[in-house]
Design a protein around this ligand. Structure first.
Ligand code: ZN
Length: 455
């Protein structure tokens, strides 16, 4: 999924802290603002969002040629927008539109030196380019991320472990030994023992990681009955979908708080799970998030899924209005018991591309499938699904020592029981599962074109 896709990779946490604090007061201003605004009630949130939307639309109309054109074509003026829902008068912004209008989306009232070219990767390998505001982009990310960290009782100045995709080393100490960086490319059994000793010595307060990488570490610790890390207060996950079973597994093994953060480089939406549940709080100060169903309509039914469409309040230099993120969220009217009135997404399922396609062409989310495999066989080292034909799933398996034919039978039996005749499953054994160029584990390689919203 796009969850903070690529967001943190180019900025190790130590580098981010120093750069942000030295270079910008945006960080402090935003952080202090959020300290208070997180407790706003619904009315105050709506009022603020409306005021921000008006500001953004005025700015886009005045300074951004692409949007001036959109408004003119639809015979609209910023003053025609009276409620937040009126945003639906504007069309979606897609990666394709951005590609064709990159110049037209750059705000004319910003000096050249403020523009920094950025990009986000896609599942299909298509990279999309856009501009961010130098310095300010990072300061905002840090401010919002810091608030999320506050919720689970950790901060940027504490000792930490970061697990990320590194090809240049398997581990390294940074910022005077305060941060231990571990490579998700190098998580062999031998290396895991080394990493565990280093983590024990460092006594970190939190681990910042892809969920898949920390799950590998957790499995190893559990199997070998190694003591959990006693000083560890939290595990913060980003970059991939966090499955419910993973949330429970990590809490159980590491005996600490587990948080998942959601965001994208385009800064059209940002959120995270709080201290009490595994539901995502979506920051209303950051922008407006809509969930859109396959007919392009707003999702309003409990537990219905939709594509996350974001309008960011922080990126005036290159506005994203009704931006189709390609991520999928589950709608809920529930409010969180922590007392914050934020809109909640029950789950973020990952990219549209993270779905499997049945013989009849229906989409099925991966969460339950992954769960099925994880609990079906304790003798799997890793596994990955591969699909290139409708209704046919190949399960690539890396066997652990005690794997037998029984395990294969179990897996196939459980899949068949759950999926019925909609899918055929085939097992294939492999020596290892390659990571993406950023070191991420991808549970599904989906070769079919998948699009949730069809027009
Ligand atoms: Zn909450």
């Amino acid at each position: 999924m796009q969850v903070l896709k690529g967001l943190y990779e180019d900025y190790s946490i130590n580098g981010m802290t120093i750069q942000t604090i030295l270079n910008s007061n945006t960080f402090l201003k935003t952080y202090l603002f959020l300290k208070g605004s997180q407790w706003w009630n619904k009315e105050k949130i709506n009022q603020y969002q409306m005021q921000q939307l008006k500001k953004l639309l005025n700015h886009s109309y005045e300074n951004v040629p692409y949007y001036r054109n959109v408004f003119n074509k639809l015979k609209l003026k910023p003053e025609d927008f009276h409620t937040i829902k009126d945003i639906q008068k504007l069309p979606f912004l897609t990666k394709d539109i951005i590609k064709k209008n990159i110049k037209g989306l750059m705000a004319k009232n910003y000096p050249d030196y403020k523009f920094e070219l950025s990009y986000s990767g896609g599942t299909t390998g298509i990279t999309s380019y856009f501009y961010i505001e130098k310095g300010v982009w990072l300061a905002n990310l840090m401010a919002y991320s810091s608030i999320l960290m506050d919720w689970i009782g950790v901060n940027n100045f504490q000792k930490a472990v970061q697990i990320e995709g590194r090809e240049d080393f398997s581990w390294s100490y940074q910022q005077f030994g305060r941060i231990l960086v571990i490579s998700s490319f190098h998580m062999s059994d031998e290396n895991l023992l080394i990493f565990i000793n280093k983590i024990k010595k460092l006594k970190p307060k939190y681990i910042f990681t892809y969920p898949s990488a920390i799950t590998i570490l957790g499995n190893f610790i559990k199997k070998r009955k190694i003591d959990h890390f006693k000083k560890l207060k939290a595990i913060i996950c980003y970059g991939e979908t966090m499955h419910d079973w993973q949330y429970k597994f990590l809490k159980d093994v590491f005996k600490c708080k587990v948080q998942s953060q959601y965001g994208l480089r385009e800064q059209a939406a940002f959120g995270g799970t709080c201290e009490v549940t595994n539901n995502y709080h979506i920051f209303p100060e950051y922008g407006i998030v809509e969930l859109i169903d396959k007919n392009g309509k707003t999702v309003t039914k409990e537990s219905e899924m939709g594509e996350i469409v974001g309008t960011g309040f922080l990126t005036y230099i290159f506005p994203f209005i009704r931006y189709r993120t390609g991520d999928v969220g589950i709608f809920t009217k529930e409010r969180c018991s922590c007392g914050r009135a934020h809109p909640i997404l029950k789950n973020i399922e990952g990219r549209v591309q993270d779905f499997i396609v049945s013989k009849k062409g229906h989409l099925a989310p991966l969460t339950s499938v992954y769960h099925l495999i994880a609990f079906t066989s304790k003798n799997l080292k890793e596994c990955q699904l591969y699909q290139e034909k409708k209704g046919e799933i190949i399960i690539n398996i890396v066997k652990d020592k005690n794997y037998t034919k029984n395990d294969t039978d179990n897996i196939l039996y459980n899949f068949k029981k759950r999926a019925g005749n909609d899918f055929d499953f085939k097992v294939k054994f492999v020596d290892s599962i390659p990571r993406t160029s950023r070191g991420k584990f991808r549970f599904l390689i989906q070769k079919l074109p998948v699009d949730l919203i069809k027009f």
